[in-house]
Design a protein around this ligand. Structure first.
Ligand SMILES: C[S@@+](CC[C@H](N)C(=O)[O-])C[C@H]1O[C@@H](n2cnc3c(N)ncnc32)[C@H](O)[C@@H]1O
Length: 225
């Protein structure tokens, strides 16, 4: 299913740069356990997790709508910078530092320069995953969906149904023994969205294997096939 990804990029989101160590912490990942698995990182931002996981021998496909843009184009870089400013990224830091930070992110995103990177970075959105059913052993989604859903859909029930759609999409691409972990960020999450989405999912699929798990440091929502 191909959708016009640009229209569906969460408006108040920016591609951030969390790496392997942070993902291990957020999702209680066991690196050894991941080594023979194919992992999908949804809303992967600069795909730093993928780069670092690769060094450990883990295969990761990164998905993010921003991979659609050609960051070698000056206008795309400018728009990106304006967006970072609008989101308040420059409020507490010097203008030059902001430029440098945005420059770093853009450099990481510039997959056009590197065809090798392009292959395992896919432009797309969580509500319409462009993969065959039963492709991935593991699906991760960090600081992405739940942070933005309510900010993007003013009708709360719309936010919930979009969340359910995302879970359905994830369920489809999981292999029979697969598992997804969706981060519950340490940032204010609007109302009790996660609970409402998982309740609505269970209403629709009473046999769903979904629950909130309390990790060592972070909590996450786990969906098993
Ligand atoms: C805060 S960043 C998180 C990046 C990375 N996972 C991390 O933890 O550093 C949120 C990401 O979600 C992406 N995003 C925005 N809309 C999306 C959508 N509809 N589906 C999937 N990802 C989306 C943004 O482009 C951005 O890269």
């Amino acid at each position: 299913m191909i959708m016009e990804t640009e229209k569906f990029i969460y408006e108040k989101s920016m591609p951030t740069d969390r790496g392997l160590a942070k993902y291990i912490e957020m999702f209680d990942l066991d690196i050894e356990d991941c080594k023979d698995k194919l992992v999908l990182d949804i809303g992967a931002g600069t795909a730093r997790f993928q780069e670092e996981a690769k060094e450990e021998g883990i295969r990761v496909i990164s998905l993010d709508p921003v991979y659609k843009f050609d960051f070698s184009q000056e206008q795309v870089r400018k728009d990106f910078y304006t967006r970072a400013k609008k989101l308040g990224f420059g409020d507490f830091i010097d203008e030059d530092v902001l430029k440098e930070k945005v420059g770093d992110v853009v450099a990481r995103l510039d997959i056009g320069q590197n065809p090798d990177k392009q292959r395992d970075k896919v432009a797309g959105i969580n509500e319409a995953l462009p993969f065959k059913n039963e492709t991935f052993d593991f699906v991760l989604n960090a600081y992405s969906s739940f942070l933005y859903l309510e900010k993007n859909y003013s009708d709360p029930s719309e936010a919930v149904s979009r969340g359910v759609l995302m879970l359905e999409q994830i369920h489809n691409v999981l292999k029979p023994d697969g598992e997804a972990r969706i981060s519950i960020p340490d940032l204010p999450i609007p109302s009790n969205l996660i609970r409402r989405v998982s309740d609505a999912y269970i209403d629709k699929y009473p046999d769903a294997r979904i629950r909130v798990l309390f990790g060592k440091k972070y909590n996450y929502l786990r969906l098993k096939k």
